[in-house]
Design a protein around this ligand. Structure first.
Ligand SMILES: COC(=O)COc1cccc(COC(=O)c2cn[nH]c2)c1
Length: 240
């Protein structure tokens, strides 16, 4: 998979060189390229923004500069992603879908945003998604790009050491939150590890973990329970 990120702060994406994503790159599983949007400016001051039509505070990123950048970076099968507070929510399901793509291009907006005609134009030529990482406002798309790249890259076959560990994560296949995890020592600061986990009784352990996942999801994320087809289990599981 190839991922291009275009930003006026390319150094913001430096952490992607490290650890997991860095490993995926050296293993040849991920071709990550970060670009400075100002490389496509056409003036001495390397201007990327201008005042908004219709007035209002702040500045808008110019369509012509983004157009030259995206014409260079996009390929026919690329999926253009634009992190935006006004985007569609990014979930684990989104990450799974995007992990199967050949080419992702992330356009990092700043200021009040990118001229709307950029998304409009490239939507006529390929797939474009304005994607939201949550209901809050960041100063730019770079942090969102870090999240999207990490969430997608770790799903690429061969990137995560043990693919088993991907199955039982929060928001995993079952859609529930992950059960609590423990390691040595068996007692710490007066807190003991649940006995069942020391029992070696695998069926009971699996049952306890499922119940904990259900209990946590009901307590912290009832919205997920509602979304899941609740018929998959009876209410008894929750009362155990
Ligand atoms: C067409 O899209 C745009 O113009 C995007 O423009 C901007 C402007 C400012 C900040 C951002 C970064 O995204 C978020 O803040 C964000 C994403 N998820 N939750 C918050 C993007």
């Amino acid at each position: 998979m190839r991922i291009d990120v275009v930003s006026i702060f390319p150094e913001y994406l430096a952490p992607l060189e490290l650890s997991l994503v860095g490993k995926a790159r050296t293993a040849g599983l991920l071709d990550l390229r970060v670009h400075d949007l100002r490389a496509w400016t056409d003036d001495r001051h390397r201007t990327v923004d201008d005042t908004p039509f219709g007035g209002g505070a702040g500045m808008v990123m110019r369509p012509d500069v983004w157009g030259r950048a995206l014409d260079d970076v996009l390929t026919p099968d690329a999926h253009l992603l634009v992190p935006s507070p006004a985007g569609t929510p990014f979930t684990q399901r989104t990450a799974e879908a995007w992990a199967t793509e050949q080419h992702l291009v992330v356009a990092c907006g700043r200021y009040e945003g990118i001229d709307a005609r950029v998304v409009e134009h490239y939507a006529t030529r390929g797939r474009v998604t304005e994607v939201s990482l949550g209901d809050y406002v960041l100063n730019g798309g770079e942090v969102a790009a870090l999240v999207v790249v990490e969430a997608v890259a770790r799903l690429l076959p061969g990137v995560v050491g043990n693919p088993e560990s991907l199955v039982e994560e929060s928001h995993g296949a079952a859609g529930l939150l992950e059960y609590p995890v423990y390691t040595k020592p068996p007692s710490w600061q007066g807190h003991d590890v649940p006995d069942v986990l020391l029992s070696g009784h695998h069926a009971r352990i699996a049952r306890w973990r499922r119940d904990e996942a259900l209990r946590r999801t009901a307590a912290r994320r009832p919205d997920i329970l509602v979304a899941l087809d609740a018929v998959r289990w009876d209410r008894h599981d929750l009362e155990v």
